[in-house]
Design a protein around this ligand. Structure first.
Ligand code: PMP
Length: 402
């Protein structure tokens, strides 16, 4: 008789096969065969010299995607939330003032994260679907005197692309670090970390990059790095401590890739076991972006978004973000069609078209449908597919008479 209290689960006897879906929600997006294949390569050690070479390639790829020459550039082992926590945990000490710009769920989340580490959290707020003017920002900085201000470039909950020009200068005049979340926008809309004066920038792997979820590129400017370096307290998280991560990723250029002294590398660099195959996929996704060209990618996302928006309006649907100039090209928010239950629409489309679109999130719940067309999914063919699916759903889902 077995001594085991819990038997092997029956459900694990069945082989799992992932369903094929069009991933047109706000993320994750589809992973193209080339990136999937990279992730299926054999696992090697997270400290093997070839791995350090891959990590070095990833750093160069992120520098290109972010348009930065920052040395402290790497990928956090975790999703966008891990990068968000990494930015805030490292840049902010307990008791310091921060300012979170809230125009959707991501500013709200950042405020919650900062509050959890004992920061004094101030917010500026604007209704979902709109953004702040540089004058609003200037006044809020003068009032709250924060050491860090955080903006979301692509607010995926509301579909807003927040303009960034000029904010960096305003922040620096007020002696404050400018932190930007570009999880939903990077690669899909123009972004220039260095020239826009961004001090900490982070994204995720599963949106425009089309890699699986689980790695999150992040970069710290020299100004941000000085603040980390001069902290009085250690960051609350060991796992997300940027000094350790920068060492693991070789951001200080102190290690040389070579087969000769593995043992030194092992002793000096170990922080945690990086997700080896996720790094392969991330490297490949950055290679795809570099091959396509960042500007081409930005243009394609903009053109496809405009084509989509026109198609939606021709169907009689309305866009949630009124100002054309601040519509996020990667994630579109459509006013939930009046008289319909949005959940019935998303379920119908999933069931009949094997296509994911989603409802709202945070302040947009119940108000919108969200469609993400990112990376390889940003094409006119995908738009046609979504428009067909929506037409079909509006024909077949229940419409109340009121
Ligand atoms: N910020 C933004 C703008 C996002 O869209 C997301 C993901 N939807 C996140 C942060 C969090 O990323 P993750 O779900 O990968 O943790």
């Amino acid at each position: 008789m077995s001594s085991l209290y819990v038997p092997p689960p029956k459900c694990l006897e069945k082989r799992f096969v992932a369903p094929q879906r069009h991933m047109f929600g706000p993320g994750p997006s589809n992973v193209p065969p080339r990136i999937l294949a990279a992730g299926a390569e054999p696992v090697i050690g997270h400290m093997h010299p070839e791995m350090f070479e891959i990590m070095s390639d990833i750093r160069s790829g992120i520098q290109y995607a972010f348009q930065t020459r920052n040395k402290v550039t790497l990928a956090v082992s975790g999703t966008g939330h891990a990068a968000m926590e990494c930015a805030i945990f490292n840049a902010v000490e307990p008791g310091e003032d921060v300012l979170m710009a809230v125009n959707g769920i991501w500013g709200e989340r950042a405020a919650e994260i900062a509050e959890r580490i004992g920061a004094r959290v101030n917010t500026i707020r604007t209704p979902a679907g709109s953004c702040f003017t540089n004058e609003d920002i200037n006044q809020a900085l003068a009032r709250h005197k924060p050491c860090v201000v955080l903006f979301t470039h692509g607010e995926s909950s509301t579909g807003v692309l927040h303009p960034l020009d000029g904010i960096g200068d305003i922040c620096h005049r007020h002696n404050c670090l400018f932190v930007v979340d570009c999880v939903a926008s990077m690669g899909g809309a123009p972004l220039y970390m260095d020239t826009q004066g961004i001090d900490i920038l982070y994204t995720g792997s599963q949106k425009v990059l089309n890699a699986p979820p689980g790695t999150a590129p992040i970069s710290f400017s020299e100004r941000a790095w000085q603040k980390v370096f001069n902290r009085k307290t250690k960051p609350v998280s060991f796992f997300l401590d940027m000094s350790w991560l920068a060492n693991y990723w070789g951001c200080d250029d102190s290690w040389v890739i070579g087969l000769s002294d593995w043992s030194d590398l092992l002793l000096g660099r170990y922080h945690h076991t990086g997700p080896v195959t996720n790094f392969y996929s991330l490297r490949e996704s950055l290679a795809v972006l570099a091959e396509q060209g960042l500007e081409n990618s930005w243009c394609r996302h903009q053109e496809v978004a405009e084509y989509f928006h026109e198609g939606l309006e021709n169907m009689g649907l309305r866009l949630f973000v009124k100002d054309k100039n601040v519509r996020l090209p990667t994630v579109t928010t459509i006013v939930a069609p009046p008289g319909y239950d949005w959940k019935e629409i998303t379920s119908y489309i999933m069931k009949n078209h094997k296509l994911e679109i989603s409802g709202g999130l945070g302040p947009s719940v119940g108000q919108v449908l969200r469609v993400g067309l990112m990376g390889c999914n940003s094409s006119k063919a995908s738009v046609d597919m979504v428009l067909e699916a929506l037409k079909d759903a509006l024909k077949h889902c229940h419409k109340s008479r009121v």
